[in-house]
Design a protein around this ligand. Sequence first.
Ligand SMILES: NC(=O)c1ccc[n+]([C@@H]2O[C@H](COP(=O)([O-])OP(=O)(O)OC[C@H]3O[C@@H](n4cnc5c(N)ncnc54)[C@H](O)[C@@H]3O)[C@@H](O)[C@H]2O)c1
Ligand SMILES: O=P(O)(O)OC[C@H](O)CO
Length: 354
Amino acid sequence: MTSTPKNKVCILGSGNWGSTAARIIGGNVTKLADFDNDVRIWVYEEMVNGRKLTDIINTEHENVKYLPGHRLPENVVAVADAAEAVRDATHIVVVIPHQFIQHLLDTVHGHTAPNARAISLIKGIGISSQGMTTMTQIIHRTLAIPVASLSGANIANEIAEERYCETTIGCADPDEAIVWRSLFNTPYFRVNCVSDVIGVEFCGALKNVVAVGAGFIDGLGLGNNTKAAVIRIGFLEMRRLAMHISGARIQDSTFMESCGIADVITTCYGGRNRRLAEEFVRTGKPMHELERDLLNGQKLQGYLTSGEVHAYIDGCGVADHFPLFTNIYRICYEGAPPASIFEGLNVDFSHDRL
Ligand SMILES: NC(=O)c1ccc[n+]([C@@H]2O[C@H](COP(=O)([O-])OP(=O)(O)OC[C@H]3O[C@@H](n4cnc5c(N)ncnc54)[C@H](O)[C@@H]3O)[C@@H](O)[C@H]2O)c1
Ligand SMILES: O=P(O)(O)OC[C@H](O)CO
């Protein structure tokens, strides 16, 4: 009698969030009878203190560069070849900075199992000839497999400390949603599933632009009320843009999940995008320089997303309806003074669908 092969997880990405997700999944698979215990994690290979990062992870069981101080389960195995990492995987977790997605997908294309499916933990969007594209759409278009999304108020370092928080999985198939949930849910990382895959993603991507605005306010030293105003207007612009692009396919209720309102709050107080936007105002240095000098290899998504959002809203002739996003773009890319963030913030949102 032949037994059914077990499901197998591969994680594509081993940065701060990828390594934290690996801690969670590596622990959970050992409790799931239909999953293989071995979890492969693709590492963008680099030398750290004269040693390959994959070797360090596989011997010390710690990603000393991107998640120092937290042990990875021993069943999480680092692999430098992405095509090898996805081979035989039934569940592919994609968690790399959004600017690198297409190259990675092209590398694994043709190597995924026929029954594979994926979940994107990426917070970012793409621009293509079809307009604005979400990460699940890019993954689905390249690999032709079902794709779910996961996003929430999830600062990775706090999750690695096992401090209680929530997240949202967007998955169109309720049975698949249950499986994804079983891979991620823990007593400290509470997963709620919704069917709105791209709504979850839009929230995760667009909140990074609001985080940049919040950082500008901190850099200007304007305090809590001003930041709350930027958070509120930013949240409304996020929702307006998501609705503009995908209309009826997005559910308003998604914005009230962890991926929506909760993530805007956490990111505007504790995230990397906020922190470096504050430095941008204080030092006058460009974002890419601050990223290089202050993040030790970690990557920002917010200022890039601001550029992508601007290309889209300007191209569609609707930038006037997004004054905060437009001002943030001009401050990041056109040398506009940070105090110009308030210009024209009197747009009426009362007719937006609630
Ligand atoms: N860190 C968090 O708190 C957090 C939380 C939720 C979501 N996210 C999202 O998860 C995604 C991944 O972020 P992260 O925090 O895990 O990464 P990170 O910013 O900590 O690290 C950057 C990663 O990119 C890799 N890299 C560098 N150059 C590369 C290249 N050319 N090709 C491919 N990979 C390359 C590095 O090896 C490293 O693994 C992002 O979209 C981010 O917004 C992050
Ligand atoms: O550190 P940031 O700014 O990339 O944000 C991290 C998470 O997305 C917060 O949920």
